[in-house]
Design a protein around this ligand. Structure first.
Ligand SMILES: Cc1ncc(COP(=O)(O)O)c(C=O)c1O
Length: 378
């Protein structure tokens, strides 16, 4: 892994401090909606479009770099590998790559998207928990880093390597079992969470220590302690466990066997406003305070932020096709139904969306608020 610090001066002016202020975001969104209507991107024949705030994405990428630059010792290699599942679109991945990010991929499909976006293999991390032999071979052939999910996967890797040293950085994913957050389905650090080696299970820590002792080529260690809904303190506690384990492995090896810690993603997104709260900077500062050894330059870092990079930069613009009522409940029938907002429709508490009304020219609607359901196709 090379040095992934970036000179941000080449980024457009929109990546300046003001570009991600909530008011600036809202103003850009309103201008984009107006332009989309004026240009016929959305209208009677084109009832729905997805808009992405390119300036906002660039600004967030710059802030993410700056957040970790501010807390790491000079020269520390830091790779921000965007979790592709958060926006699996090649142009977005290309934009992020231009802004200095890499990619965390969880399937051969995501790997193909990252590659199509021109992301070099040394900036890609493969984290699928169910890697087939062919997928492992392909990652090794490309030089893509991978994290083994469990003992069987590590044995599979052994068999493929057949005594050779892997050409890719390889780590093991652990589940620090520090507890869950407010979204059960996305809590990945409970005692029974599915991914990684459950570190506090009887014998598990020893198994990890032995696995590293037997394989000098295991140079990374990975944890992803939750995807949304996790308190920052709990995420930090999970990474404290990761760091302690790395220290123990390196001490046992008598050398810096683990040179890179992959700290996962999971920064919770506040879906209720245009503000980045908590911000990557606040999280990085908290991690620095809680686990200072992560940042003193002895370990390279990989992050895998997904939703916190893109969540504030997308707008689905849908035409209201009909208005009606049922049981005195007003309903706006649009083109944005469960097919575009699957999680929100089935689990609105965990995945709230903000909805704004615009007039036929794409100007924000003013006047009295009418509480209504928003419907659309499935
Ligand atoms: C291994 C791994 N890394 C990173 C992420 C990204 O998480 P988030 O979008 O919450 O940052 C996920 C999400 O599922 C994941 O499973």
């Amino acid at each position: 892994m090379g040095d992934h610090r970036y000179d941000l001066s080449h980024l457009p002016d929109s990546a300046d401090a003001g570009a991600n202020e909530p008011a600036a975001r809202a103003a850009r969104r309103d201008r984009a909606v107006r332009a989309a209507v004026a240009q016929g991107l959305v209208g009677p024949d084109e009832p729905i479009a997805g808009l992405l705030d390119v300036d906002g994405i660039r600004a967030t990428a710059a802030f993410l770099h700056a957040a970790f630059d501010a807390v790491t010792a000079p020269g520390t290699p830091v790779l921000h590998a965007f979790a592709v599942k958060a926006t699996p679109l090649v142009p977005v991945l290309r934009l992020l790559a231009e802004a200095g990010l890499g990619a965390e991929v969880a399937s051969p499909g995501e790997l193909a998207l990252a590659t199509a976006a021109g992301i070099p293999p040394e900036r890609i991390v493969l984290d699928s928990p169910a890697k087939t032999p062919a997928e492992i071979r392909e990652a090794l052939r490309l030089g893509v880093a991978l994290n083994a999910d469990n003992p069987q996967e590590l044995e599979r890797l052994d068999a493929i390597l057949d005594g050779a040293t892997p050409s890719s950085p390889v780590g093991v994913r652990v589940n620090p079992q520090v507890g869950g957050g407010s979204i059960g389905a996305l809590s990945t650090a409970t005692p029974t969470s599915k991914f990684g080696v459950a570190l506090r299970d009887p014998g598990a820590r020893d198994w990890v220590l032995n696995a590293y002792a037997a394989r000098p080529w295991l140079t990374r260690l990975h944890a992803h302690s939750g995807s949304q809904g996790m308190p920052l303190e709990l995420l930090a506690e999970g990474l404290g466990s990761l760091y302690d384990l790395a220290e123990e492995i390196n001490e046992a090896a008598g050398r810096k066997q683990i040179d890179t810690l992959d700290i996962g993603g999971g920064l919770p997104v506040n879906f209720h406003s245009d503000a980045d709260d908590p911000s990557h900077a606040a999280y990085a500062a908290l991690l620095r305070k809680t686990v200072p050894g992560l940042f003193d330059g002895r370990y390279g870092l990989v992050t895998e932020f997904g939703r916190s990079v893109l969540a504030k930069h997308g707008t689905v613009l849908a035409r209201v096709e009909y208005t009606k009522s049922a049981g005195e409940r007003p309903i706006a029938v649009t083109h944005a139904g469960v097919q575009v907002a699957t999680r929100t429709v089935y689990n609105p508490e965990s995945w709230p969306l903000r909805i704004a009304a615009f007039d036929a020219e794409g100007r924000p609607r003013t006047g009295d608020t009418v509480v209504q359901d928003v419907a659309g196709p499935a």
